[in-house]
Ligand binder design. Structure first.
Ligand code: SF4
Length: 485
C-alpha cells in the first residue's frame, strides 16, 4: 500500500514570514497554503480573533488538502495502556494520578499488559500508546524487560511510549550517568530503544508558557526540558508527536506560543537530523500534532470558578491579559490569573485546530480529537485542517478520569470518515496506509445492523470503562470477521 500521499513534497526549506501583512490577508493565506509563507505569532492571533469560523476552516482545509490530497483520511487501531497511576507529580488538571499508598493505586503486571496487547492484535491493531504516572518504584530493568517481552510476543506491534515528563523522571529515578541532561536522556532512551521502544508520544505538553505551566503542572517538567527530550528522540531517529491541552487558564496567545515553539524545534530537528530527505514520513522529527480541550470533572483545576460566572466579573479573560505570543507574559498582570478558567467549546476547538494546521507548516499530520469532542465534531474537524481521525479507542483512562470521552469501533470510525466524503484508510504509526476501505468489504459497509455499533460514552468508573472497551473490541472483531468471511 502507498503512504498517505502528500500532493507536495515534504519541504525542508523554511517558508519566509511576511510580517507587514495582516493575518487575514488572503494573499498571505494563499502563500501559507502553498507552503511559501509562514505565519508570525501576531498574524496567527489576528487570524484566530478576526476571521469568521468557516472561513478559517476553509483555509485550514485547503492547506490540509495540499498536503494530504482530497480523497483519503486515515485512522489507526491502537490501544492506550496506562501501566501505572502512581505519580510523583500533582498536575491540577489530572484526575488520574494516585499516591502509592492509595487503595486504588495500581501498576499493571507484564502479563496483564501482554493480555491487553493480545486483544489489540486480535482486531488488527498495530500500535500501543503506553504512558503512565511517574512511579519511582519501577526500576529501569522493569521497563527494559517489559519492552523486550512485548517485542518477543508481538514483533508487529509498534510501541509508542513514555512521554517527556516520564523521561525527565527516568533520568533521576535510574541515576542516569552523563555530564548534562542531554547525555543522561541519551543514556536512558538508547536502552529503551534497543529494548523495543519505537517512538515517543507527546503527552505532558499541555501549555508551554511558563506562567501557565507552573500553575497547572506542579512537579512536572518545563517546556525546554519537554522539548529537549523530544529533540534527543529525534537525534536517535525516532518519531514523536506534539500535543496541546487548552481551554483552562491560558490565553489565546499562549496557544499560539505553544505552536510556535513546536514549529521552531521541528525546524531544528529537520535541519539537524533529517536534512536532505524528501520523504514525508522520514524520521527524527515530530510527525503529528494533536490538541484537545481540558476536561474538568474530578480535577482540582476544574473546581475553581469559571470566568464570568461570578457577580461583576466581566471584561477580558485574565489568561488573555497575561498571555504573550513570545511566552513572556507577566502573571501579575491580572489579579484573577490562574484563579478562573475558560473552557473551550466546539467553536474554540475548531478555531484552535484550524490555526494549528496553518501555523504548523512543518508538521505532517494534524489529528482530530473526537475522543474528547465527540464523534460528530471529530468528523467536522476533518474540514478544519485534520487529516487523521486518530485511533479506534479501545481504552482510555486518563482523560476519562476527568470527564466524558468516547469509545467506538472501527466500523463507526470508517462510517464517520466516509460520511464526511472521504475514503477511510487504516494507517500505521508512520502514516503508511495499511488498508484502503474503498470496496464493499469495508468495515462500515459490511454492517447490517447499526444498533450493534453504538458509540459509547466513557466516564470514570472502572466498570463502565471496561464495558465500553469490551464493546469496541467485540464490534471491531465482528466487523473484521465479516470482512474476511
Ligand atoms: S497528568 Fe500525568 S504527570 Fe500529571 S499528575 Fe497526572 S499522571 Fe502525573
Amino acid at each position: 500500500m502507498p503512504k498517505a500521499q502528500p500532493t507536495t513534497r515534504d519541504r525542508h526549506t523554511t517558508p519566509q514570514v511576511r510580517p507587514t501583512c495582516a493575518g487575514t490577508d488572503s494573499g498571505l493565506l494563499r502563500a501559507v497554503v502553498a507552503g511559501e509563507a509562514r505565519l508570525t505569532g501576531e498574524q496567527a492571533l489576528t487570524l484566530y480573533h478576526e476571521m469568521p469560523l468557516l472561513e478559517l476552516g476553509r483555509w485550514a482545509d485547503r492547506r490540509c488538502r495540499r498536503l494530504h490530497g482530497d480523497s483519503i483520511r486515515s485512522y489507526v487501531i491502537d490501544r492506550n495502556i496506562n501501566y501505572t497511576n502512581v505519580c510523583t507529580a500533582h498536575c491540577t488538571f489530572c484526575a488520574f494520578r494516585r499516591d502509592a499508598r492509595d487503595a486504588d493505586s495500581y501498576t499493571l503486571s507484564t502479563e496483564e499488559l501482554l493480555g491487553k496487547i493480545a486483544a489489540l492484535s486480535e482486531i488488527g491493531g498495530t500500535q500501543i500508546l503506553m504512558q503512565g504516572g511517574m512511579n519511582p518504584e519501577l526500576p529501569l530493568d522493569w521497563y527494559l524487560n517489559l519492552l523486550q517481552r512485548i517485542k518477543e510476543a508481538f514483533p508487529h506491534i509498534h510501541v509508542h511510549g513514555f512521554s517527556p515528563p516520564e523521561f525527565m523522571e527516568f533520568v533521576d529515578f535510574f541515576e542516569a550517568p552523563g555530564a548534562d541532561l542531554r547525555e543522561k536522556l541519551l543514556w536512558v532512551m538508547r536502552r529503551m530503544k534497543d529494548a523495543g521502544l519505537d517512538s515517543i508520544p507527546g503527552g505532558g505538553g499541555e501549555i508551554f508558557a511558563r506562567p501557565v505551566r507552573r500553575r497547572i503542572g506542579y512537579d512536572k517538567c518545563g517546556a525546554t526540558d519537554w522539548l529537549t527530550v523530544m529533540n534527543v528522540a529525534h537525534e536517535l531517529g525516532m518519531f514523536t508527536s506534539a500535543t496541546m491541552m487548552f481551554g483552562h487558564i491560558e490565553g489565546i496567545a499562549d496557544r499560539i506560543h505553544h505552536m510556535l515553539l513546536v514549529r521552531q524545534w521541528q525546524d531544528k530537528a529537520i535541519a539537524d537530523f533529517a536534512a536532505g530527505t524528501d520523504d514525508a514520513a522520514a524520521g527524527g522529527r515530530y510527525k503529528a500534532f494533536i490538541s484537545w480541550p481540558f476536561q474538568r470533572q474530578n480535577t482540582p483545576l476544574g473546581r475553581m470558578p469559571e470566568w464570568g460566572r461570578q457577580d461583576g466579573e466581566q471584561g477580558e479573560f485574565p489568561g488573555d491579559v497575561v498571555a504573550r505570543v513570545d511566552g513572556d507574559g507577566d502573571d501579575k498582570a491580572h489579579p484573577l490569573f490562574a484563579k478562573r478558567f475558560r473552557l473551550a467549546g466546539s467553536t474554540a476547538y475548531l478555531r484552535t485546530q484550524a490555526l494549528s494546521r496553518l501555523v504548523l507548516d512543518n508538521i505532517y499530520s494534524i489529528g482530530s480529537s473526537w475522543v474528547t469532542m465527540g464523534p460528530h465534531l471529530g468528523q467536522v474537524a476533518l474540514f478544519f485542517g485534520a487529516n487523521d481521525m486518530g485511533s479506534v479507542m479501545m481504552e482510555e483512562n486518563v482523560v476519562s478520569a476527568a470527564g466524558t470521552t468516547y469509545c467506538m469501533s472501527e466500523a463507526v470510525l470508517c462510517k464517520l470518515i466516509r460520511g464526511a466524503g472521504f475514503i477511510p484508510a487504516q494507517r500505521d504509526n508512520q502514516y503508511n496506509l495499511l488498508r484502503l476501505h474503498d470496496g464493499p468489504d469495508s468495515p462500515d459497509l459490511r454492517v447490517k445492523d447499526w444498533t450493534t455499533q453504538r458509540v459509547e460514552m466513557v466516564q470514570h468508573g472502572a466498570s463502565a470503562d471496561l464495558e465500553s472497551v469490551e464493546l469496541s473490541i467485540t464490534a471491531t472483531r465482528e466487523a473484521n470477521s465479516a470482512t474476511s468471511s
